[in-house]
Every structure is written in structure tokens, then in C-alpha cells.
Write a protein that binds this ligand. Structure first.
Ligand code: ATP
Length: 306
């Protein structure tokens, strides 16, 4: 494992506001890293600092092992980025926009560059419409064109700010598939989002920003690891308490939390006592519960659903 993004004490101050307040990001090669936070928590500012678009007030940033912004010219060609809604020339076609981008990036013969543009358009599902002017594109198509632009470079790292913003459910699932496909082929993905569900479905590692501070950073699997208890669903929760004397941690309607991480054992005891069990599972916290515990904010600050 090697560090792909590493920041130490990263700060951005706007007047009296600390938009980013001393964060230590740690993104390793092969991660799909979800950078979660409510609107205004500092995600975009952080992403812009990572890419050298905004200068930090203090702190250090290493991108692909090199110090930013000093090494930008060397490092940024290895990074694909999509931030704040991609900018395109509306009167040009998607293909022409990509060709312009490509001309500014990697070289190669005319034929090679044309193939690269075609591949990128196909990858984002715009192969059939690449010749239409961008001003006739839907928001989702523009977002996908932006992604195609990021893909042109076959980046080692892809940095995306709210990549599914403004997309319909179909567009969201297409972008998700695309990111997973890229990840399978070796790209490390860093994406910011205010949507817990999106990050939960896509990411292997999670960082949570709350008012400029990184309040949580860990593997998703670790954060949502089993708690050591078993969840039992039953229409007769009080009988569970009677039977498993002392092991019932809590009862919420038909949902009973029983201490012990062996659901089969719990089931055998309950069925043996003639208690109807309608559901049984290892107890794990949801990402939403973990985030709320760490950020101490109400669900409307970090949305659980789009
Ligand atoms: P959103 O999801 O709404 O984009 P965010 O988490 O990306 O939110 P930022 O855009 O990074 O948050 O903003 C963090 C804070 O910094 C906000 O309070 C914002 O108003 C402030 N801010 C951002 N850019 C500037 C700027 N150029 N000058 C002054 N304040 C700024």
C-alpha cells in the first residue's frame, strides 16, 4: 500500500472562517475513498487545495508521493478531476470538447488521439451522441462528458467533487458502475459527497468532515463491523427478555438487541422456548449511525438519502 493522498494539518482560512481546519487525509492506493460532509463543511475547498486550485493557509499536501502545489506540473497529468460541474464549450460537440482537452494533455498520432476520445465517450455511454452540440445535452450527459474528460488521461487517481449531483437515478447508477470499473482497472478514486447512501454503496474507506474538521476516517468495513450483539425480530419481545434473562440490551418495538454474536445460538434458545422469531441478524451500526455519532449533527446536515 502506498499513500496516494496525504495531508498534514491542512488549513484554509477565509477571513475569520476556518473553512478547512487542520485535516490529515490518508488515501491509499486502491481505495475508493468517500469524503462525506454536509453542505458548507469544506469538501470543495479541500478538493480544490488537493488539486492546487486554492492555496492552503497552512499544512502540507502530498499527491502521488509529491508535494503540492510545488509538484503540480508533474503530478496533475496523472490525476483525473471533475469538480463543480464540468465546463464545456456549448456550441461544440462532446467529441470536439474532448479532443480539445486531449490536445492539451497526452500526445500521440491523430489516429491514437481519436481512438482515445472514442473510447472515453463509449465508456461513459455517450458514444452515440458525441457529435451533438453540448448545449443540447442534459445535465447528466454533461456530467458524464466531464467524467469522460477525466478518463482521457487514464489517471492513477480520480478526484471527483459530488460526481452524481444533478443526475437522475439512471445516471447515478451509471456513474457508480463506471467508477467501480475504473477502480477494478487500478485507479484510486477519491470522491466528495453529502449523500451517505452513495458513499456506503461505493466506498471502501470513509472520511467525514464536520465544520472543517475531519471527525472520522476509517475503513467502511471497520466502521460498520458487528457490535458483538444479535438483533432479534419477534412479535413477543417481553418473552425474549424473560427467556434470555440479563442478555437483552434493548427493546425497540419488535426489535430486540441481545448480547452475544452467535445468532444461531440465540435462535436455538428462543425456538426451544417456543418464542416466534421473525428475523435474526448480527448487529452492525449503519454508516448513518456512525456518522451521526462522530459528527454530532442531525440527519438533515448530512443527508441519508438523495
Ligand atoms: P457544498 O457541498 O455546499 O459545496 P462544501 O462542503 O464543499 O459545501 P465549501 O464549498 O468548501 O464546502 O465551503 C466551506 C466554507 O467556506 C463555506 O462556509 C463557504 O461559504 C466558505 N468559502 C468557500 N470558498 C470561499 C471563498 N472563496 N471565500 C470565502 N469563503 C469561502
Amino acid at each position: 500500500m502506498s499513500a496516494v493522498i496525504s495531508t498534514r494539518g491542512l488549513v484554509k482560512q477565509y477571513g475569520r472562517l476556518r473553512a478547512v481546519d487542520g485535516i490529515d487525509l490518508d488515501v491509499q492506493a486502491g481505495d475508493v475513498y468517500g469524503f462525506l460532509g454536509a453542505n458548507g463543511s469544506g469538501k470543495t475547498t479541500t478538493v480544490r487545495m488537493l488539486l492546487g486550485l486554492v492555496l492552503p493557509t497552512s499544512g502540507e499536501i502530498d499527491l502521488l508521493g509529491e508535494r503540492m502545489p510545488r509538484a503540480g506540473r508533474r503530478v496533475l497529468p496523472r490525476v483525473g478531476a471533475l469538480i463543480e460541474g464540468p465546463a464545456h464549450y456549448g456550441h461544440l460537440s462532446g467529441r470536439e470538447n474532448l479532443s480539445l482537452l486531449d490536445a492539451a494533455g497526452r500526445g500521440g498520432s491523430w489516429r491514437t488521439r481519436r481512438r482515445r476520445v472514442d473510447e472515453a465517450l463509449d465508456q461513459v455511454g455517450l458514444g452515440g451522441v458525441g457529435r451533438r452540440p453540448v448545449k443540447a445535452y442534459s445535465l447528466g450527459m454533461r456530467q458524464r462528458l466531464g467524467l469522460a474528460g477525466a478518463l482521457l488521461r487514464r489517471p492513477e487517481l480520480l478526484v471527483l467533487d459530488e460526481p452524481t449531483n444533478g443526475l437522475d437515478p439512471q445516471g447515478i447508477s451509471e456513474v457508480r458502475e463506471l467508477l467501480l470499473e475504473l477502480h477494478r482497472t487500478g485507479t484510486t478514486v477519491f470522491l466528495s459527497s453529502h449523500l451517505l447512501a452513495e458513499v456506503e454503496q461505493l466506498c471502501s474507506r470513509v472520511g467525514v468532515l464536520d465544520r472543517g474538521r475531519l471527525v472520522l476516517q476509517d475503513e467502511l468495513a471497520t466502521l460498520t463491523a458487528p457490535t458483538g450483539s444479535t438483533v432479534v425480530y419477534t412479535p413477543t419481545p417481553d418473552r425474549v427478555r424473560g427467556t434470555l434473562d440479563g442478555r437483552v440490551a434493548s427493546i425497540d418495538g419488535e426489535r430486540v438487541i441481545v448480547r452475544g454474536s452467535d445468532p444461531a445460538e440465540v435462535n436455538a434458545l428462543l425456538v426451544g422456548a417456543g418464542i416466534p422469531v421473525t428475523g435474526l441478524a448480527l448487529d452492525r451500526p449503519t454508516l448513518e449511525e456512525v456518522v451521526l455519532a462522530a459528527a454530532g449533527t442531525s440527519p438533515d446536515r448530512v443527508e441519508a438519502r438523495p
